[in-house]
Design a protein. Structure first.
Length: 207
């Protein structure tokens, strides 16, 4: 994977591209993270569990618990929610300009955080197909919990390992799981979006 990191007044952004990874594979990943969370970052991730599992065709408002220890030594027992685009502040939604997107909200570090409507911050992952595979941008944004320049760089290092490891395991894992046709065990959602800004919507998620 090739990538660069930039920072601005919104947050920290990882610009990346992959050979041999498709947009469909990344769409599949977000509803099947429990199958591969340790592969996503073997050094820093622990097994992932779903507190609110995704539904086939609609992962909005699913919540996963993702314990992890970053390079600064801090262990985070993170509750993370898949956001409805309508609930994402316009300032952040306006940064979405790729064909596929997932916006997740960091809720907090205990089960009580699942009831808090005010996220600590957001992670916006967006991607689109290219002739060679896929390219995308991942953004770390602090809201209730502000993120410093240094915090953003720690996150970018972590995210670069995650996104980079898609190229290591995702094509093989996606192919292996095609044999499982029961969508209770192998859900999928097409995360293509249409529109822009306040009109941005998922094309294939029924509301």
């Amino acid at each position: 994977m090739d990538y660069t990191v930039t920072q601005d007044d919104i947050g920290t952004h990882l610009h990346w591209k992959h050979d041999g990874v498709t947009a469909q594979m990344i769409d599949w990943f977000w509803s099947n993270m429990e199958k591969c969370n340790i592969l996503w970052h073997p050094e820093e991730h622990e097994p992932l569990t779903w507190e609110v599992p995704p539904k086939h065709g609609n992962p909005i408002h699913s919540i996963h618990l993702a314990p992890q220890t970053w390079s600064d030594g801090t262990r985070r027992n993170l509750y993370i929610r898949f956001e409805d685009l309508d609930d994402v502040p316009s300032r952040f939604r306006n940064t979405i300009d790729h064909e596929h997107v997932v916006v997740v909200a960091g809720l907090g570090f205990g089960p009580e955080s699942m009831e808090d409507p005010d996220p600590m911050g957001y992670r916006i992952h967006q991607w689109e197909k290219t002739d060679f595979g896929v390219r995308g941008r991942s953004s770390g944004i602090g809201t209730r919990v502000k993120e410093t320049h240094a915090d953003g760089l720690v996150w970018a290092e972590h995210c670069a390992q995650e996104v980079g490891n898609w190229g290591v395991f995702l094509p093989q894992l996606f192919t292996l799981w095609k044999v499982v046709e029961n969508t209770d065990y192998n859900p999928f959602t097409d995360l293509t979006v249409e529109g822009s800004g306040d009109t941005l919507r998922y094309r294939n998620i029924e509301r």
